[in-house]
Design a protein. Structure first.
Length: 364
């Protein structure tokens, strides 16, 4: 797709991004500067250049993300980069993996937590290739590392390969060796988790919650149950998150602000909590506290299990499926559903219904 890439067009891509589903991308090439283009995904707009070197080999290099990298600077950088790629013939132009990883992190506008997670993944799964040039990493090496690392953790191994693919692509290697996993159907998929706290067990969970020493942690766990928030989203809540009758979460997984109505439970519990703790929760590491809370249950739950529990209770209460989806702030891929706009007031019955079930079955 060709387009005159202007500031106006880039600002208008916000609505275009909302039509893309996770994993989709749209490449838009500039019709004035040959080789200059943007890559549009549901969450980002990135500048890149593509051309051929002296040997006729395709070259592509990411320049940075908009608007962190302004359009005028991106065009200037594109001109010099295209010239550099066209005249390049030496294969040793490619960096080794360690500096390539550092440059990738520096150029992307990642959240601090994402950067922290990437560094851990690199350290645990990719650091032994630190001194290899990115173009020296071949398909057999990728397959070998993937199979070995899956013995430790399939989910972490999948994340490591996704990160490696991004680093190699960012470094301008056109034939990305990580693609071999998809081509040979080697990538392993984890079964979706389905664990949650059934209503008959809720009384036992609340009994265990009474043994949790820190009041803020007890409330944090209850908040996840009553709102269905992701753990890191609940951690963001401060006194400034509350507007008139609404709790607003801005840093979300799908990059779309999430507005939750201030139900009676939130009014009675969250607002007094924020008066005592205006900066919100201090630590998200509550694993030991969850073990304590689950001491009367025949199983333990994770923070995300509590989000799954919220959704299950909403379903048991007979709430509309689309409203539950909106209450969870899940991305909506259905075209018609995108036309149906919801307000916090519209979502209020979902949160009230869940609160009612929790109150009835927990004796709280």
């Amino acid at each position: 797709m060709k387009q005159n890439i202007t500031e106006t067009y880039l600002k208008a891509t916000h609505s275009l991004r909302s039509t893309l589903t996770t994993g989709q991308q749209l490449l838009v090439r500039d019709n004035k500067l040959t080789g200059f283009a943007v890559r549009i995904t549901p969450s980002t707009v990135s500048f890149f250049v593509e051309t051929k070197d002296k040997a006729g080999k395709n070259k592509r290099k990411t320049l940075g993300q908009y608007p962190v990298l302004p359009l005028t600077e991106a065009r200037t950088l594109a001109l010099s980069t295209i010239k550099e790629l066209k005249t390049s013939t030496v294969t040793n132009q490619y960096p080794t993996l360690k500096p390539a990883f550092s440059r990738y992190l520096e150029s992307m506008n990642h959240r601090p937590k994402t950067v922290h997670d990437y560094k851990n993944i690199y350290s645990n799964y990719l650091s032994d290739w630190a001194d290899l040039r990115v173009n020296e990493i071949n398909k057999d090496m990728v397959v070998g590392k993937y199979v070995t690392s899956c013995e430790q953790s399939i989910s972490q191994s999948n994340k490591a390969m996704k990160l490696l693919q991004a680093i190699i692509r960012f470094s301008g290697v056109s034939d990305n060796p990580v693609m071999v996993l998809a081509q040979r159907r080697l990538k392993k998929q984890l079964k979706p988790k389905t664990s949650y706290v059934p209503l008959p067990d809720l009384k036992l969970l609340y009994k265990g919650l009474g043994k949790v020493k820190r009041p803020s942690v007890r409330f944090y766990i209850k908040l996840l149950l009553h709102t269905g928030l992701r753990a890191n989203e609940a951690m963001q809540i401060t006194s400034s998150s509350v507007a008139t009758g609404t709790l607003i979460i801005t840093e979300t997984k799908n990059h779309s602000d999430h507005s939750i109505p201030l139900t009676q439970w939130l009014t009675d519990n969250l607002l007094p909590f924020l008066e005592d703790y205006p900066d919100g929760f201090k630590s998200s590491d509550i694993r030991k506290s969850l073990v304590t809370a689950c001491q009367y249950l025949p199983y333990t739950v994770t923070r995300h299990d509590l989000r799954r529990t919220f959704a299950s209770y909403a379903s048991e209460a007979g709430c509309d499926y689309l409203l539950i989806k909106r209450a969870l702030n899940h991305s909506v891929s259905d075209i018609t559903a995108r036309y149906i706009q919801t307000s916090p007031k519209t979502l209020s019955p979902v949160f009230e219904a869940v609160t009612g079930l929790i109150s009835e079955h927990s004796n709280n």
